[in-house]
Ligand binder design. Structure first.
Ligand code: 8X3
Length: 253
């Protein structure tokens, strides 16, 4: 195993689950490499982590840009953990009227983006002697719901990527962990899904006493990543107590 400070790359680290995970992994002793499109946000977070005595670096990156991902990977000295967090939902329309551009973008970020970073960093993860790939999917990667088809299809794609990779690289020193969150209230997920419509976004969480927070998922990710190397948490589905399934949520209205 490589000695020295282990490096964890977190994509989509500018907000939500990505930013919370970067905070937790930095506190757990990793040098976190924050990768996201929004430079200002990741630079501010890296600065905050460094001021707190942690190790952190910011790298502006669009995971859908393969050449940029390859250049990013080539610039890293090492990589022990890859958190494929960049992703999200666009639209909540029925199949009959969903926007193909939304579907395409969701495939690009959630599936192809994860493919890009995983392919580019797999050599370094293997070289580390104890590598971990985390794929952030969703409960939407395991069951559908009305209005969710585009996102559900993309997250099923990410789930299949994780499951297949685990089969293909067994015997190498790299684990593949899938974390599938249910309802998590973050500052951006629902607003992005509804193309900035804050009213529609608020309805997603209306009356839900306690949705999960980004930090709940960051905590789960950090727990899974910090298990001993021979322990592989294949898949963890995490929902708030008030959500029994993708379509059964307790609301107090
Ligand atoms: C988020 C869960 O229910 O919005 O990944 O699809 S849901």
């Amino acid at each position: 195993m490589t000695t020295g400070t282990p490096v964890a790359v977190v994509t989509g680290a500018s907000s939500g689950i990505g930013a919370a995970t970067a905070r937790r992994l930095a506190a757990a002793g990793y040098h976190v490499v924050l990768a996201a499109r929004r430079a200002e946000r990741i630079e501010a977070l890296a600065g905050e982590l460094v001021s707190a005595g942690h190790r952190a670096t910011a790298h502006t990156l669009d995971v859908t840009d393969r050449a940029a991902v390859d250049a990013f990977a080539a610039g890293l000295d090492r990589c022990d953990v890859l958190i494929n967090n960049a992703g999200g939902a666009l639209g909540a329309d029925p199949v009959a009227t969903g926007d193909p551009a939304d579907w395409r973008r969701m495939f690009e970020v959630n599936v192809i983006g994860t493919l890009h970073t995983t392919q580019a960093l797999l050599p370094a993860l293997t070289e580390s002697g104890d590598g971990t790939v985390v794929v952030l999917t969703s409960t939407a990667g395991h069951g559908t719901y009305e209005g969710g088809a585009g996102y559900v299809a993309a997250k099923h794609g990410a789930h299949v990527l994780a499951e297949t990779l685990r089969l293909e690289i067994v015997g190498t020193p790299v684990r593949v962990i899938e974390i599938a969150p249910g309802m998590v209230r973050t500052e951006e997920f629902a607003t992005t899904r509804f193309h900035g419509d804050a009213e529609k976004a608020a309805k997603v969480y209306a009356g839900v006493p306690e949705p999960l927070t980004a930090d709940d998922i960051a905590d789960t990710i950090t727990w899974a990543v910090t298990r001993p190397p021979h322990v592989n948490i294949d898949l963890l589905m995490v929902r708030p107590r008030v959500q029994a399934s993708n379509t059964k949520v307790h609301r107090e209205l």
